[in-house]
Design a binder for this molecule. Structure first.
Ligand SMILES: [Zn+2]
Length: 232
């Protein structure tokens, strides 16, 4: 009997780790991770900005190619660089919630602390841009029952991704990161990028060229996922 209990316990533990770590697992929180499989469309998302140096460069590249992306911003950075948050919105991109401080300990936070992290980010975005974000992306893609409850109680839609570029791994060349995205492309892809990383603008140019070369078009997230991106 004992070894059966141990095996069950190991299975349960593995399941709980998987359910927490995979944003697309949809166990604790339903996250939208891809669009319609019939449309040859891709949507680009950028996390962890606004960055004083890289975000304006990324915005320049998007403007040059007339592509609308989504920026999951950190509230404390929005307070530091409100003019960049304003520019994101002014140029037709979607601005969305990625917590106030993106602490490493966020997944272990209490219900009250999670609510506060999300609400403070919303307040920072609203103050800088006048927009009330309706979309949320969990830091590190980690979910748990407390986060699920908080996001639902605030009426936010959680957004995951279907292609993780791994652009935050500095030892990977930008060419390598581009190849990873290019090799994973599929209809309805939601691509995860970071506008805080060095060379984000150069990587974006390469990725755009590759996506076009493979015959895909770009769509804003609201069109791709058929959702409202702001609360009214
Ligand atoms: Zn993040």
């Amino acid at each position: 009997m004992c070894w059966i209990a141990i095996i069950l316990l190991i299975c349960l533990t593995l399941f709980l780790v998987w359910a927490s770590a995979d944003v697309g697992g949809n166990i604790y929180l339903k996250s939208l991770c891809r669009g319609d499989r019939a449309d040859k469309l891709v949507t680009l998302t950028f996390d962890d900005g606004p960055d004083e140096v890289m975000t304006p460069k990324v915005l320049d590249v998007l403007q040059k190619h007339d592509i609308k992306a989504t920026f999951f911003v950190i509230g404390s950075k929005v307070e530091k660089f409100p003019h960049i948050a304003k520019r994101i919105v002014a140029e037709g991109h979607t601005i969305a919630n990625h917590t106030y401080s993106h602490k490493a300990t966020f997944p272990m936070s209490s219900y009250g602390a999670v609510l506060e992290e999300i609400q403070r980010c919303t307040q920072a975005i609203e103050k800088a841009t006048g927009k009330l974000p309706g979309l949320f992306r969990p830091p590190f893609g980690v979910t748990n029952p407390i986060l699920g409850k908080a996001v639902r109680s605030l009426g936010l839609q959680s957004i995951g991704w279907s292609i993780r570029s791994l652009d935050t791994i500095e030892s990977k060349s930008r060419e390598e990161v581009c190849r990873r995205v290019a090799g994973s492309l599929h209809p309805g892809a939601v691509v995860l990028l970071h506008d805080r990383c060095d060379g984000a603008d150069r990587l974006l140019e390469m990725i755009i060229a590759e996506i076009k070369r493979q015959g895909y078009n770009f769509a804003p997230i609201e069109e791709m996922l058929k959702i409202d991106v702001y609360e009214v």
